[in-house]
Design a protein around this ligand. Structure first.
Ligand SMILES: C[S@@+](CC[C@H](N)C(=O)[O-])C[C@H]1O[C@@H](n2cnc3c(N)ncnc32)[C@H](O)[C@@H]1O
Length: 303
């Protein structure tokens, strides 16, 4: 559709035309998309490529295979998530670089950051030490780097992932956000299957692990998510689901300091089962925590 066009047009007009001509299809693929939101993404795309915002939309656009904007619109036609197209996503109070090796951080996960920050405040009152905070399945680093940014106490942060490519993204974000935290806080990133490579005890272990069972994903996950986001970040085969979490919770149990806390996001339908597994470990207290809409969303364990 785009490659066939050659005449020059102002970018704003082209974008408007592009959106209005296929609004129904685009809003199916990108729920909630409006023309003004699309303009904002376009701006983000320009900024990422160091284009000045002045006159961005007034510039003359000549569609063609080597034009950057053509790449933008072609990717939209294929349904690539807008965050991947512009290479950025917003989470909590920061902007994160993202690519197709990492999950696009979800707003639902921001509340997990809030809950964990409250626990970190409590832990800071109980001990004068730096807080050791470990994020299992760190992806682009959204949870760990947000916790480090808003912590009142110095943090020694550890981000873990089984994907080397995800760790590269997390390290890039760590570099971008290094000035957002106290100067004595430090972070490091480790390739590990859950906590198997970790030996140092932690005050806080947080995780948004892959928690969607494959059988559920088949029917219920948006096709765009299945097509573009890393499956390793989202899904677990049903056959290994229970075993995977049993091993993970055992590792958490072994690695938390007394008084430490574990929090993870989970699948609403699975939390009761996972709670039973947590109850078999040696935690003082375990519970399901609701999100702000009252839905079961998280697990919490106090050591
Ligand atoms: C749901 S994503 C969460 C990403 C990020 N923490 C967030 O909340 O946006 C899960 C992450 O866990 C990682 N992962 C999957 N299996 C893992 C394993 N066995 N050990 C460590 N990380 C794993 C994936 O690569 C992915 O980055």
């Amino acid at each position: 559709m785009i490659s066939g066009m050659t005449s020059s047009v102002c970018l704003r007009d082209f974008t408007k035309d592009f959106f209005l001509k296929q609004e129904k299809r685009l809003t199916e693929v990108y729920p909630g998309l409006t023309l003004s939101i699309l303009y904002r993404y376009l701006e983000g795309y320009g900024v990422e490529r160091q284009m000045s915002l002045d006159h961005l939309f007034d510039q003359v656009y000549t569609p063609g295979p080597h034009n950057l904007w053509t790449v933008f619109f072609q990717q939209m036609e294929q349904g690539v998530p807008l965050e991947y197209i512009i290479g950025r996503a917003y989470f909590y109070r920061s902007e994160f670089y993202v690519n197709q090796h990492v999950l696009i951080p979800r707003h639902e996960t921001e509340i997990l950051v809030e809950f964990v920050l409250a626990e970190m405040k409590r832990l800071a009152l109980e001990s004068p030490d730096d807080l050791k905070v470990c994020d299992v399945g760190t992806g682009c680093g959204a949870i760990l780097l947000s916790l480090m940014r808003d912590s009142h106490r110095t943090v020694q942060g550890l981000g873990i992932d089984l994907s080397l490519e995800a760790l590269k993204v997390a390290k890039r974000n760590d570099f971008y956000l290094r000035f957002t935290r106290s100067k004595n806080s430090h972070s490091r990133f480790l390739l590990s299957d859950r906590l198997s490579e970790v030996t140092e005890k932690q005050h806080v272990i947080v995780s948004n692990p892959p928690y969607i069972p494959w059988s559920f994903a088949k029917e219920n996950v948006h096709p765009q998510v299945k097509r573009y986001e890393p499956h390793m970040a989202l899904f677990l085969p049903d056959e290994i689901y229970e075993q995977w979490f049993t091993e993970f919770f055992q590792q958490v149990d072994d690695l938390l300091f007394q008084g430490g806390v574990f929090m993870m996001e989970g699948h609403e339908d699975q939390l009761e089962n996972l709670l039973k597994i947590l109850q078999k470990c040696s935690f003082k207290q375990v519970m399901i925590v609701n999100d702000l809409t009252g839905r079961s969303r998280f697990l919490k364990a106090l050591k």
